[in-house]
Design a binder for this molecule. Structure first.
Ligand code: G3P
Ligand code: CA
Length: 240
């Protein structure tokens, strides 16, 4: 079972920052999960919420500020809000990267803009850094985005994020051309894992920090857990 650092090593360091990503690598994470917002100026920033108030010293929606104004904000511990390109340059192929696209886009124009920019940025990371396509997986709760991304980047693995989970969702995800489902720990059960695996889908589970949850995921044959404390989760996993 692989351990991905959820928003970086976010239990101990400010989430979705270069510091949290570096610490996740030091803690031995197999991968890093990060949240990406599409900015209308034509770039991706790494930020969980659409509002700045939760994790930065800014106010209001992120897209009410220009990229240069966003770059001046404090995202905690004197860290900045990274762009996706900065985050990928920092990680530089030292572990896998799960890019969660937060955008609610449904209009074809916006879907095309997001998937086109993503392809451009991932191709650049592969050309300039130590990445191959297999380092990346793109996930989203927005199931309109997943086929659009797959169409633009056929070599890219994608995952459907699912927060509430009737079993039939696993069949539905086949139509999205995903290779993985990332489900909330609240809707994890043995039938879901068995169904996903029978359809050839890997199963990721978020957010898994408690020992009883790690134990349960391992017993059910979950493939990936997203943990805020990859070091502690790894230490515990070794004891099972
Ligand atoms: O990608 C798994 C998980 O991060 C999804 O929920 O709210 O933490 O982005 P959230
Ligand atoms: Ca996330």
């Amino acid at each position: 079972m692989e351990i991905f650092a959820h928003r970086g090593a976010s239990a101990a360091f400010s989430e979705n920052t270069l510091l949290a990503f570096e610490q996740a690598i030091i803690q031995g994470a197999d991968g890093i999960e990060l949240d990406v917002q599409y900015h209308p100026d034509g770039d991706f920033i790494v930020l969980h919420d659409s509002h700045l108030d939760m994790t930065t010293n800014g106010r209001g929606r992120y897209d009410e500020l220009g990229l240069s104004e966003l770059a001046r904000l404090d995202a905690g511990s004197q860290q900045k809000i990274p762009t996706l390109a900065q985050a990928l340059a920092q990680i530089n192929g030292r572990c896998a990267v799960n890019i969660e696209l937060k955008d609610a886009a449904v209009e074809p124009g916006r879907l095309a803009a997001i998937s086109g920019l993503l392809r451009q940025q991932l191709e650049l990371a592969i050309t300039k850094g130590n990445y191959s396509w297999s380092h990346f997986i793109v996930s989203s709760f927005n199931h309109h985005l997943l086929p659009a991304v797959k169409l633009k980047c056929p070599k890219l693995n994608t995952a459907a994020l699912i927060a509430s989970c009737p079993l039939s969702y696993c069949e539905f995800t086949r139509a999205l051309a995903v290779c993985q489902v990332n489900v909330s720990i609240d809707c994890l059960n043995a039938a879901l894992v068995a169904n996903a695996h029978s359809l050839g889908l890997a199963v990721g589970v978020y957010t898994v920090d408690r020992q009883q949850d790690i134990r349960r995921c391992y017993a059910l044959g979950v493939d990936v857990i997203f943990s805020n404390a990859p070091d502690k989760s790894r230490d515990y996993l070794k004891t099972i």
